[in-house]
Design a protein around this ligand. Structure first.
Ligand code: GTP
Ligand code: ZN
Length: 359
C-alpha cells in the first residue's frame, strides 16, 4: 500500500485530493491521473499501470460543458471493466485549470490542463525577446494560480554580457519570479532547470512558437521518461505503452505536461493577475482620486503622477493598460472574480514564501 501511495505521490497526488476523497466518501475508489485526452477517449496512469478510459454515469449525464469533463492532469476515480480499460466516474476537485481562449470568441474558454503547479515561461533571447510578453504570461499564470519560472532560452545566440544584462533587466522588471538561462544547443543551464523540477509537482511550458519548448522538454525527459513497465506491476507490466502521452512522468521525479493545447495558450482572462505583475501600479492606483480611474487622463491620478516622476516604468505602464483592456474584454462573472480574488491573495503569499531559487 505504501509503495502505491509513493507512486501516486510521484504522479502528483497530494493531500488536497486525499481530503476531497474523504470529504466526498470516495476514498475506497481506485484513482488515476489523466495523461491524454482525444475526443473523449482518455489515457490514464496510476500505481497499477496505464489504462484507456471513458466517462460514464452521473459524470457524463450531469456534464454541461467542456470543463465538466476530465482534462490532462486531472485526478479521477475509476473502475476497471477490462484488463486495461476503465470507466471514469468522478473528477477530483482541481487545484487549478489552465484554459485557452480563442481570440474573438469571448465566451469559449477551452480547458487544456488541470492541477499544474509550475509553468516554465520560455522566451528565446534573440530577436523576439520581450519582457512585456513575460509579464503577460506571468499574469496568466497568477490568474490560474500557477507559479511561474522564467526561462531565457537560446543563450548560445548572444554574448554572455548581453545575456547578463537581459537577466538583470528581467529581474528588475519582474522581481519576485525566478529567472534561469538555458541553451538547448550547448545544454548549459539544463541542469539548473532540472534542479527546479521537484518530485510530485506538475510543470507546463508556456511561450510563443519556436522559443524551444519542445527542445527543453526533450532534454529534460530524454531517456528518463518513466515507462509503463516501471510504473505498472504484475499483469500490466510493459503491456500498454502510450505513444502520445501528454503528461510525462520523469524518472527522477516531476511531471511535465506537453500537449498541443498548451501551445496555444494565449494571454487573456488576466484581470485578477494584474495586481501581482504590476504590483507597483495597482498599489498606486488605490491612491487615485476616483475609484474608477482609468489612469489615462484623470485629475488626481496617482499612477500618471508616478509615471511623470519616473517612478514607474513607461513600458510597464503601457503594457498594464493594454492588458487591462484585454482583461475587461474577457471578464469573469462577478462571483468568479470574488473567488479568484481570495484564491489569488493566498497564492501570492505562497509564491513569495516559496522562492527557493536565486539566479
Ligand atoms: N541556437 C539554439 N536553437 C535552439 C535552442 N532551443 C531550440 N532551438 C531551435 O529552435 C527551433 C524551435 O524549437 P522548438 O523546441 O521546436 O520550439 P517550440 O517552442 O517547441 O515551438 P512550437 O512547437 O512551435 O511551440 C528548433 O529549430 C530548435 O532546434 C537553443 O537553445 N539554441
Ligand atoms: Zn489613476
Amino acid at each position: 500500500m505504501t509503495t502505491h501511495n509513493n507512486i501516486l505521490i510521484q504522479l502528483g497526488f497530494s493531500s488536497s485530493f486525499e481530503n476531497y476523497l474523504k470529504e466526498k466518501q470516495l476514498h475506497d475508489w481506485e484513482i488515476a491521473r489523466i495523461t491524454s485526452e482525444h475526443k473523449e477517449r482518455y489515457r490514464l496512469v496510476n500505481h497499477n499501470g496505464e489504462f484507456e478510459g471513458e466517462v460514464i454515469g452521473t459524470l457524463r449525464f450531469t456534464a454541461q460543458n467542456r470543463e465538466d469533463f476530465p482534462v490532462v492532469g486531472d485526478w479521477v476515480t475509476i473502475t476497471k471493466y477490462d484488463d486495461a480499460k476503465v470507466f471514469i466516474h468522478h473528477i477530483l476537485k482541481r487545484t487549478n485549470i489552465l484554459k485557452r481562449q480563442a481570440v474573438g470568441k469571448a465566451a469559449t474558454a477551452q480547458p487544456i490542463a488541470a492541477n499544474v503547479d509550475y509553468a516554465f515561461v520560455v522566451e528565446s533571447v534573440n530577436r523576439d525577446f520581450s519582457i512585456n510578453r513575460f509579464q503577460r504570461y506571468i499574469t496568466l499564470c497568477f490568474e490560474a494560480r500557477i507559479s511561474p519560472i522564467l526561462v531565457l532560452n537560446k543563450a548560445d545566440l548572444i554574448d554572455t554580457d548581453i545575456l547578463r544584462e537581459l537577466v538583470e533587466e528581467v529581474n528588475n522588471r519582474i522581481p519576485d519570479v525566478p529567472v534561469i538561462t538555458t541553451s538547448c544547443l550547448s545544454q548549459s543551464g539544463i541542469s539548473d532547470l532540472q534542479e527546479l523540477i521537484l518530485s510530485g509537482k506538475t510543470y507546463c511550458f508556456l511561450g510563443s512558437s519556436g522559443v524551444g519548448k519542445s527542445s527543453l522538454i526533450n532534454l529534460l525527459s530524454g531517456s528518463e521518461v518513466m515507462e509503463t513497465g516501471v510504473i505498472g506491476s504484475g499483469t500490466q507490466r510493459g503491456k500498454h505503452v502510450t505513444s502520445h502521452r501528454e503528461l510525462i512522468i520523469l524518472l527522477r521525479g516531476g511531471v511535465l505536461i506537453d500537449n498541443p493545447g498548451m501551445r496555444e495558450v494565449g494571454i487573456t482572462n488576466a484581470e485578477s493577475g494584474l495586481g501581482t505583475t504590476f504590483v507597483d501600479i495597482t498599489s498606486l492606483a488605490k491612491q487615485c482620486k476616483y475609484t474608477d480611474c482609468t489612469h489615462q487622463h484623470e485629475d488626481g491620478c496617482a499612477v500618471l503622477e508616478a509615471l511623470e516622476n519616473g517612478e514607474i516604468d513607461r513600458d510597464s505602464y503601457n503594457n498594464f493598460l493594454k492588458m487591462q483592456r484585454e482583461a475587461q474584454h474577457y471578464s469573469y462573472t462577478e462571483a468568479e472574480k470574488r473567488q479568484k480574488g481570495k484564491d489569488f491573495a493566498k497564492m501570492v503569499k505562497q509564491v513569495k514564501k516559496r522562492k527557493p531559487w536565486k539566479y
